[in-house]
Design a protein around this ligand. Structure first.
Ligand SMILES: C[S@@+](CC[C@H](N)C(=O)[O-])C[C@H]1O[C@@H](n2cnc3c(N)ncnc32)[C@H](O)[C@@H]1O
Length: 202
């Protein structure tokens, strides 16, 4: 049994750059999921890959508590979760080359023009995420929102640090075996198209 306190990390109490080895207590490849919602993807991946560490970021308190409680009940020891703004954390606190994978599934699209500034994907965020990925790391992005997808594509296209790769990957779950997120399940059931991108950091 793992306590919820062991799963959660208050990043406000840490000064400067995030030290993942100190947070987890041991050095292993770190995969980050931004906006993990109810934590289905994070939990399955963490259980399937005890040799990797998983750092989940969720802004909404309700989902953060729900996910952290889930991790604790399943007793996973390779997950830590922070309740914070992932864009700010990525730009200011995540060390260069510290991530072996970055998962962003169904980021809030903020469809109204006056809300676009709240979106996760900005030029600064993409710059910081590229910096944070170590060589060979994977960045997978998925959304149901066509216009936001074009924005994300525009921000990542032509970046020579990012080599486009297949979304389905044996290491991260091949087609049909890949862990679906809660939103993915819902939208696929509704017949909505899902847009996907994956990169390997050169
Ligand atoms: C549409 S939901 C998708 C949840 C999950 N990834 C899925 O696919 O089922 C987006 C989630 O991202 C969280 N979120 C949005 N902006 C965020 C930010 N800047 N930092 C951390 N979490 C954020 C929201 O609270 C929400 O839980």
């Amino acid at each position: 049994m793992v306590s919820i306190e062991e799963v959660t990390v208050d990043v406000e109490t840490i000064e400067g750059a995030i030290d993942f080895a100190a947070i987890f207590g041991y050095e292993r490849p770190v995969e980050m999921e931004i906006g993990c919602g109810k934590g289905t993807f994070l939990l399955r991946q963490a259980r399937g890959h005890p040799e990797r560490n998983y750092f989940g970021i969720e802004w909404a308190n309700e989902f953060f508590r729900y996910s952290a409680d889930r991790m604790a009940r399943w007793g996973v020891t390779n997950v830590r979760m922070a309740r914070t703004d992932a864009r700010h954390l990525m730009i200011h606190r995540v060390p260069v080359g510290s991530l072996s994978a970055l998962h962003v599934y169904h980021p809030d699209p903020w469809p109204k023009k006056r809300h676009h500034k709240r979106r996760l994907f900005t030029p600064e965020f993409v710059e910081a995420a590229i910096r944070a990925l170590r060589s060979g790391a994977r960045w997978a992005i998925q959304t149901d929102h066509a216009e936001y997808f074009e924005v994300i594509r525009g921000l990542t296209a032509g970046r020579q640090e990012l080599e486009p790769v297949a979304f389905d990957d044996a290491e991260y779950g091949a087609e049909g075996e890949r862990t679906e997120t809660n939103f993915e399940v819902k939208y696929v059931r509704e017949g909505r198209p899902i847009h996907r991108l994956a990169f390997r950091r050169r």
